[in-house]
Design a protein. Structure first.
Length: 117
């Protein structure tokens, strides 16, 4: 990165002299370099911390996703059991209705054949 040029105002250069003005410029450049280094260190720390926190968030999301998959699986298996039980009951009802229908038809046929004679 280029070092910015600092122009010491004439009145300050007259008060400080050339050596004093040069020393002031060196001091300001040193402070600026130190601030730049501090900023780089802080940026590195921030990026590292951000990466750590992002990893934690990703782990939390993965754990929640896993839990949701398990819970959905539990709900799904519960639904399968309920549908199976309902299917069994419906088959029983259908068998009862068909049985009653057969019995009724048998009775009607028997009645008609008895009335024919």
């Amino acid at each position: 990165m280029a070092v910015p040029v600092v122009n010491v105002p004439r009145v300050l250069r007259e008060k400080l002299g050339d050596d004093g003005a040069d020393a002031l410029v060196d001091l300001l450049n040193s402070v600026q370099a130190s601030r730049r280094e501090d900023l780089e260190v802080l940026t590195d720390r921030f990026e590292r911390r951000l990466g750590e926190e992002l990893a934690k968030v990703r782990a939390d999301i993965a754990a929640m996703e896993s839990r949701l998959v398990r819970e959905i699986g539990g709900v799904e298996s519960g639904l399968v059991r309920e549908v199976s039980a309902l299917e069994t009951r419906v088959r029983g009802y259908v068998a009862a209705v068909v049985g009653a229908g057969v019995a009724f038809l048998t009775l009607v046929i028997t009645l008609f054949s008895w009335l024919k004679h």
